[in-house]
Ligand binder design. Structure first.
Ligand code: SDX
Length: 431
């Protein structure tokens, strides 16, 4: 971080404390409060971390007001248009765009790590068929530590790299297997002659009974979904991965923790929740009722797929995703799908509604990704597993950055205690 000669002065009960201010290469300055408790005997208070920088990072930058998202400095719309997911994975992991030979070697490495240990197939058979695929992913990803002992020593850079490659390569296979298991179809092995996105679609939609040819437009849309979900600063699941990693937990346990956090409907579960909301709305004429509910403070209903903690004008990923949604709907001829018709009308009415404009609520990445995945034929239960496999490279890159940070220490927040002060135990006969 860039040192500045600026300080913030905090005065408490007549005592003043000077807190150093550090300057970023982009975004707001930060006030360094690491010595505050030792100097002033007070904590800062920031539930939800709305004003807290938990670390320094060089991977992703978001400007919520400008609707800007940079990965290692490259704008997301340029990456979505000109790059592809595995090249973005290299960029996130290593910090620069690879030369042709480097990219080819990286893609070959990932391709040849896509199979999982054959004995892991037994794990899937232990789950009920109607288990949510995210429950399966949390379990199987955590269990990878039981099979890949040779890449769990986080002190060994080469083991960290191997674990990174294994996770990026195997998440699509695990997600596809969770899907196949849920529909009672046989697992499909990965194929090395297909690229990352096409391979995932093949593992999900091919059956032994006939040849399945991946449509290149769908493969491109799938790859774009992966790219647009790859990383996003210190969001809830990435912060979970970092906190788990700060205890020295192995990479598979840390990523399983990230999968678990992403499952929540306020985070990665929003794309599933959004489609379920659209199905509940049912048709465009019911939209006004739901818009009214979203505005009603006494109603817990929220518009899934709308709003964002950081973006307060628009989500740049949603803009690119919307283009893909139009391409896929045109290709599949599903523009007459009632769910998708409701989505388009909801987007139109919400964007025109002063309440949502005032609250800066607009469609986020999950609104459009859900529409594309629905059109592709994925059940809503597979939406978040696809988000999880996309975000694995972000989690792994942030995990790797944290382990390389000399300031890395176990995360251990404090609290504002509002409970009982000390009191004596009362025997049961006297209560
Ligand atoms: C992701 O962090 C990341 O980067 C996440 C993510 C990533 O790539 O990792 O971008 C992925 O998680 C995207 C967000 C997906 N979630 C949803 O679509 C769920 C619906 N959205 C909301 O739950 C909400 O917008 C959040 C959680 C996304 C953001 O919540 P904030 O920033 O904490 O805002 P808030 O809850 O304090 O709401 C501010 C106001 C409130 O009204 P007031 O109390 O001020 O009167 O806006 C209202 C809220 O009631 N509001 C909504 C709303 N979201 C916020 N009202 C209706 N519908 C909504 N969706």
């Amino acid at each position: 971080m860039a040192e500045t000669n600026k300080t913030a002065t905090l005065t408490i009960d007549g005592n003043s404390f000077e807190l150093p201010i550090h300057a970023p290469t982009a975004g707001p300055d930060v006030i360094d409060i690491r010595k505050l408790y030792g100097q002033a005997g007070v904590f800062t208070y920031d539930p939800g971390f709305t004003s807290t920088a938990s670390c320094d990072s060089t991977i992703t930058f978001i400007d919520g007001d400008k609707g800007e998202l940079l990965h290692r400095g490259y704008p997301i719309d340029q990456l979505a248009e000109k790059s592809h997911y595995l090249e973005v994975c290299f960029l996130l992991l290593y910090g620069y765009l690879p030369k042709a030979g480097e990219l080819e070697e990286f893609e070959n490495t990932i391709t040849r790590h896509t199979m999982i240990h054959e004995q892991m197939y037994n794990f899937f058979r232990g789950f009920r068929r109607d288990a949510h695929p995210m429950a399966v992913m949390v379990g199987v990803v955590g269990a990878m530590a039981a099979f890949y002992h040779d890449s769990t020593d986080i002190a060994d850079p080469r083991q960290r790299e191997i674990a990174s490659h294994r996770l990026i390569a195997k998440m699509p296979t695990i997600a596809a297997m969770a899907y196949k298991y849920s529909i009672g179809q046989p697992f499909v092995y990965p194929r090395n002659d297909l690229d990352y996105a096409a391979n995932f679609l093949h593992m999900c939609f091919s059956v032994p009974a006939e040849e399945y040819v991946v449509d290149p437009i769908l493969a491109r849309a799938m790859d774009r979904i992966f790219t647009l979900h790859a990383d996003h600063e210190q969001n809830a699941s990435t912060s979970t991965v970092r906190l788990a990693s700060s205890s020295g937990a192995n990479p598979f346990a840390c990523i399983a923790a990230g999968v678990a956090c992403l499952w929540g409907p306020a985070h990665g579960g929003a794309n599933q929740a959004c489609l379920e909301m659209l199905k509940e709305i049912g048709s465009p004429e019911n939209i006004p009722e739901y818009l009214a509910r979203a505005k009603d403070k006494d109603d817990s209903f929220r518009l899934m797929g709308f709003g964002h903690r950081v973006y307060k004008n628009f989500d740049p990923r949603a803009k690119v995703m919307k283009q893909s949604a139009d391409e896929v709907l045109d290709l599949l001829g599903v523009e007459n799908n009632p769910v998708l018709a409701t989505a388009k009308e909801l987007e139109k009415q919400a964007l025109a509604d002063p309440y949502f404009a005032e609250k800066k609520l607009f469609p986020n990445v999950d609104f459009y990704s859900g529409i594309i995945l629905e059109a592709m034929g994925f059940p809503t239960s597979m939406f978040t597993p696809i988000f999880a496999l996309s975000r694995t490279v972000g989690w792994v890159s942030q995990w790797k950055e944290m382990l390389n940070d000399p300031q890395n220490k176990i995360g251990r927040p404090r609290q504002l205690y509002l409970g009982e002060t000390e009191r004596d135990y009362v025997d049961i006969e006297n209560r």
